[in-house]
Design a protein around this ligand. Structure first.
Ligand code: SAM
Length: 271
């Protein structure tokens, strides 16, 4: 049974506004790996746990058909606001995908594989992938803000730890750059987040960093288990901790924010 924390319209709206899009270089690395062994033009890509489509549409110019799959109807509704002629969003589970055997060139999962039953997902990926097809799992651990030369990474980590009672068992995979995921196939490519190869940096406001914090599933659970007041108090505390770390009382300052993506991908053997 999937965790339904993402079936919440408010959380999804925050997701649309505050979650990042993976960098072009990461998508190119994945697509080029698929091209090494699959005939051109590439046919089918399935993005599992697609959420509101942050990663899905990026494959539309590389594949004839792209599917985004998710258990959350709220996320899918938000994803459907973007329109690409060859991208279709479907309700479905990572553990029982609505696709034929040997029919998919690429299965991707951005910031989502740690939510799946990995044993069942592994079996489904093996069933739907064509021989020579690729599974790519990628994500990022935290947003890393900076302000006037001060790095706020540790503050963000502390804030996240303060709600770790609401993390799932699977979060350990996210915090390890997915190095603890099972070895799906012997042929593998690994890029750790510390390599800085797939980083995205942009300007940010304090409000947008707090908006990002409000997309954490652990924050969503704190809100549903402890109530509105407790969640508002948590966000106020986050604001104060960030201001303290920035060494300012001024809330309307321009900050920077970086996401360091990691990637693990595997190729299904050709024969
Ligand atoms: C952290 S969000 C990631 C969304 C998006 N891929 C992104 O890059 O931001 C995880 C998504 O996985 C979905 N999800 C969780 N368990 C799932 C499962 N077993 N099968 C399919 N989707 C699942 C959730 O509904 C949620 O939309």
């Amino acid at each position: 049974m999937a965790d339904m924390v993402f079936c919440n319209s408010e959380l999804v709206e925050n997701y649309v506004h505050y979650r990042p899009t993976p960098p072009d270089e990461l998508i190119a690395t994945v697509v080029n790996f698929v091209k090494e062994k699959r005939p051109l033009p590439l046919q089918v890509c399935v993005d599992v746990g697609c959420g509101s489509g942050q990663s899905t549409w990026l494959y539309s110019s590389h594949f004839q058909q792209v599917f985004g799959l998710d258990v959350s109807l709220e996320q899918l509704e938000a994803a459907k606001r973007t329109s690409f002629h060859n991208v279709v969003y479907k309700e479905g589970m990572a553990e029982s995908m609505p696709f034929e055997d040997n029919s998919v060139d690429l299965v991707t999962s951005c910031e989502a594989a740690h939510w799946f039953n990995l044993e069942k997902f592994c079996a489904e990926v093996d069933r739907v992938l064509c021989p020579g097809g690729v599974l790519a799992c990628y994500g990022y651990s935290f947003c890393k803000p900076t302000f006037a030369g001060r790095n706020l990474r540790l503050t963000m980590e502390e804030l996240s730890h303060s709600v770790e009672r609401y993390r799932t068992e699977g979060h350990k995979h996210l915090l390890s750059d997915y190095t603890t995921l099972p070895d799906f196939y012997p042929e593998e490519v690994v890029v750790r987040s510390s390599k800085g190869k797939f980083s995205v940096e942009s300007d940010a406001t304090l409000d947008s960093i707090l908006g990002y914090i409000s997309t954490w599933s652990s924050f969503g659970k704190l809100k549903s288990f402890e109530g509105e007041e407790a969640s508002a108090k948590f966000l106020l505390n986050c604001k104060q901790k960030l201001l303290d770390a920035m060494g300012t009382k001024e809330e309307n300052v321009l900050m920077k924010r970086r996401y360091d993506y990691f990637l693990r991908m595997w190729r299904k053997p050709s024969a």
